[in-house]
Design a protein around this ligand. Structure first.
Ligand SMILES: NC(=O)c1ccc[n+]([C@@H]2O[C@H](COP(=O)([O-])OP(=O)(O)OC[C@H]3O[C@@H](n4cnc5c(N)ncnc54)[C@H](O)[C@@H]3O)[C@@H](O)[C@H]2O)c1
Ligand SMILES: Nc1ncnc2c1ncn2[C@@H]1O[C@H](COP(=O)(O)OP(=O)(O)OP(=O)(O)O)[C@@H](O)[C@H]1O
Length: 534
């Protein structure tokens, strides 16, 4: 039996007893109830009393009905949250696919234009149609939009079709079809990103292993500088950088209201610096800003990411902290680096974020569903001040994963794999790898191991109704939210990654950080003298 079944059984009993005492007995005409609950009366008499038994049955029915309604409401709220998350993901996939198709069309047009050989083209087309004619499903689009079928790609593979022998061999190969689905949807819009076909064989596309380059199509004009508070070195570098950007590069500069006050205290010359007045204006920042510069440590990069609840412009993280795992740029050479970045192209790491929804058991309707929170490192569900074990039921795409009993659970991005998740025994993962890390905190079990789940997984962490204590969720180490029994946290990959500029490239920067920042795998080198195999 799955824990959900056993707990739901326990839950119903538990809730029943907890919900009973506030029932308005007098108003309901059950005025003899108080006498029936008089401890002076014997148990026998109590259970024999017919009106009380009738009331009990009534209450049981009533609380069962309430429980069913609450469950239905929770399911609606959860359904809406995951549907919203999924819709956003599909929108992104659709846009990527559209972009890819238009670039393919463009490439094809250029190829035809440059080939100059009309005959070769006709021959190719003839060969393609020959291959398709031999199949019962003749059309190139024989599988519609539901996946890729081998006929489709056999046609593509026939470009080298001078050999009839080879063509015969290929057409004999059994056809098949691949379909991608997400919660029953088979449209598979992103199929070409995942695999490619060569003569009916499946190969993985090379795209994901390549370094991403950002090339400006028009000159960047506005920079937002985010600065760690309470640091003299950060304050003076910020003032210097603002001046340099304005005077040398003719760039508009935005800073936080606190920083603008600091700059104006230094000199009224900083009047040109722009800022915002309220949270509403922060929502528009992404449409005004071309680049974000962070001056601080990893916490300042997390801070920058948390300001953008949707798309975020490229981030250039300067190191003015202690560890600086995600901040590869040395502040001493800021002019040289910013010069190069403003010119482009630059290597970037697309750091995935997680989108978290808290679903309240007490929510009466959809309007009460809380706003999603995006995290760059992780969401942690822990026991907070409670001294009891956390008991968390975890599901992945509606399959039961496990019950975490311990201090808590970390759901981390691969960027966050080197932060709290690492301290809890999770693997270090290259930030460009898409996936969600599932790392328990001090599990009271001899057999727990951390997991890495695929990027498309929807995770649900549920605090059972019969849980002994509350749980607490925190987001990149901030904004703690209490999770009461019955509450749940739903977590999916967010459609808006954080593009951070690399000093060299994604891999070089990552390896340098784990070696220099974390002293990974450091050991004294073995000496060469002594016993040998040869
Ligand atoms: N036991 C732990 O290791 C532990 C406990 C609580 C929080 N944290 C981490 O702290 C983060 C918040 O960072 P902060 O700077 O605001 O708080 P903070 O000032 O408490 O710093 C936490 C430390 O984690 C480092 N760090 C942050 N993100 C990192 C990453 N992606 N890779 C490697 N190191 C990273 C920071 O450089 C800093 O040294 C949380 O997201 C969480 O991952 C770690
Ligand atoms: N612009 C900002 N406004 C408010 N808080 C900020 C800002 N930038 C950073 N912080 C907070 O300040 C704290 C420290 O920042 P940060 O981690 O960058 O510095 P650090 O601890 O010196 O560096 P490192 O993380 O490398 O050890 C973090 O909790 C972060 O959230």
């Amino acid at each position: 039996m799955y824990p959900e079944e056993s707990t739901s059984q326990m839950v119903s009993d538990d809730r029943m007893t907890r919900d009973l005492p506030s029932f308005p007995l007098e108003e309901s005409g059950f005025s003899n109830m108080s006498s029936s609950l008089n401890p002076a009366r014997g148990d026998h008499e109590f259970f024999e009393d017919p009106p009380t038994r009738a009331l009990d049955e009534h209450l049981v029915e009533f609380s069962e009905a309430l429980r069913t309604v609450a469950k239905a409401l929770r399911q609606v709220a959860e359904g809406k949250a995951s549907a919203q998350a999924e819709a956003a993901i599909w929108k992104r996939k659709y846009e990527l696919e559209k972009e890819r198709n238009s670039s393919l069309k463009h490439q094809e047009a250029t190829k035809i234009f440059h080939s100059g050989s009309r005959e070769e083209e006709t021959e190719n087309l003839r060969n393609k149609s020959l291959v398709h004619d031999s199949s019962p499903e003749k059309s190139v689009h024989c599988c519609g939009k539901d996946g890729i079928c081998s006929h489709e790609t056999l046609g593509d593979g026939a470009a080298d079709a001078n050999s009839n022998k080879q063509r015969r061999m290929v057409t004999r190969k059994a056809s098949f079809r691949l379909a991608w689905g997400c919660n029953g949807d088979n449209s598979g819009q992103h199929k070409h990103e995942v695999v490619s076909f060569e003569k009916g064989n499946i190969t993985t596309a090379g795209r994901s292993s390549k370094q991403i380059l950002l090339k400006w199509e028009s000159q960047p004009q506005t920079v937002l500088i985010l600065a760690k508070p309470n640091s003299n070195s950060v304050r003076s570098l910020c003032a210097e950088m603002v001046r340099w950007l304005k005077d040398e590069k003719k760039i508009n500069v935005f800073v936080e209201p606190r920083v603008k006050i600091e700059l104006l205290t230094e000199s009224s010359d900083f009047n040109f610096v722009q800022t915002w007045k309220n949270d509403e204006e922060i929502k528009d920042l992404h449409s005004k800003v071309d680049l974000v510069v962070t001056l601080g440590g990893d916490g300042t990069v997390l801070w920058a990411a948390s300001m953008f609840k949707g798309p975020i412009p490229p981030v250039i993280p300067f190191s003015l902290g202690s560890l600086g795992f995600m901040t590869p740029f040395q502040s001493e050479n800021y002019q040289e680096y910013l010069d190069a970045v403003l010119k482009g192209p630059m290597s970037i790491t697309l750091r995935h974020r997680l989108q978290c929804h808290v679903i309240r058991d007490a929510a009466k309707d959809e309007i009460e569903t809380e706003e999603p929170i995006l995290v760059l490192n992780e969401v942690t569900i822990d026991r907070g001040m409670s001294s009891y074990l956390t008991y968390l039921e975890c599901y992945c795409d509606s399959s039961f994963v496990t019950c975490v009993q311990g201090d808590g659970l970390i759901l981390s991005t691969t960027s966050g794999s080197t932060a709290y998740s690492l301290a809890a025994g999770g693997s270090m993962v290259h930030p460009q790898v898409p996936g969600i890390l599932f790392t328990p905190i001090c599990p009271h079990s001899l057999s727990f191991r951390p997991l890495i789940l695929p990027e498309y997984a929807t995770l649900r962490v549920q605090v059972p109704l019969n849980s002994r204590g509350q749980a607490w969720a925190s987001f990149d180490g901030k904004d703690r939210k209490q999770l009461a029994p019955g509450d749940a946290l739903i977590c999916t990959m967010a459609p808006w990654p954080v593009p951070t500029a690399c000093q060299v490239d994604s891999t070089n920067d990552f390896l340098r950080s784990i070696n220099e920042g974390l002293h990974w795998n450091l050991r004294k080198i073995q000496s060469f003298d002594g016993p040998r195999d040869f």
